[in-house]
Design a protein around this ligand. Structure first.
Ligand SMILES: [Zn+2]
Ligand SMILES: [Zn+2]
Length: 223
């Protein structure tokens, strides 16, 4: 039996839809963005003191909501919620169209991505073992006999929305582009260009340097 999405009216079989517990009617949604648009609009209807953006951020960024693992278009959720509140003249089809300026949640922060990559390379520091385990416990059934951390980390890595990797030297997460430009090192760690031979005049130049400084100091005292 097919059910329709409460927001966009798309129909699909129940196992492919998300359901929202409701006492009055069966509520189905074709995807989390539509579910959150509905929930946020309901929040505003029942409590006008709520701020729509704050509600949307809460649903899409809080670790307690399943949504935080997915990449979600917050601005699109906002547009949909506004239609549900009768405050947007767009049609659903227009509102669904993604725009370049849309704000999209990142499934993982840079720090989290760094933990995954460091764990994969076995260079995770002692202090980061527990925070990593917390994320793994939230994301996977880590008590399952078939659970495999290497596999779990590979799945997490596949969800990265920006190409990043670890700098070979400082082991911090950096953009792939920056690393490629410096043979795997970040801008801070990149090997400096080989020094050009300079005749041994450094000593004397330093002397004249401090000499001129001394001269300036003398001038200042005289003034
Ligand atoms: Zn929908
Ligand atoms: Zn570095």
């Amino acid at each position: 039996m097919l059910v329709n999405c409460k927001v966009c009216n798309k129909s699909n079989t129940r196992p492919r839809m998300c359901q929202l517990d409701s006492l009055r009617e069966e509520l189905w949604f074709c995807e989390l963005e539509h579910l959150y648009a509905y929930k946020a609009s309901q929040d505003i209807q029942y409590n006008p003191n709520y701020n729509l953006w704050t509600r949307i951020k809460r649903y899409t960024e809080s670790t307690k909501n399943a949504g935080h693992q997915y990449e979600m278009n917050q601005t699109r959720i906002y547009r949909l919620a506004k239609i549900l509140l009768d405050e947007n003249d767009q049609t659903i089809t227009q509102a669904l169209e993604p725009l370049i300026s849309d704000r999209i949640t990142q499934p993982w922060s840079y720090h989290e991505m760094q933990l995954f990559l460091q764990a994969e390379s076995d260079v995770l520091s002692e202090n980061d073992i527990d925070p990593l385990q917390t994320i793994l416990d939230e994301s996977f059934d880590t008590s399952h006999p078939d659970y495999d951390q290497k596999y779990a980390l590979a799945i997490l890595r596949r969800n990265f929305t920006v190409p990043v990797d670890l700098c070979q030297e400082c082991l911090h997460v950096k953009h792939q582009e920056e690393l490629n430009a410096n043979q795997g090192y970040c801008d801070d760690c990149k090997l400096s260009d080989p020094e050009i031979y300079s005749p041994p005049t450094e000593e004397t130049s330093k002397e004249t340097d401090s000499g001129s400084q001394f001269g300036q100091l003398q001038q200042q005292i005289q003034q």
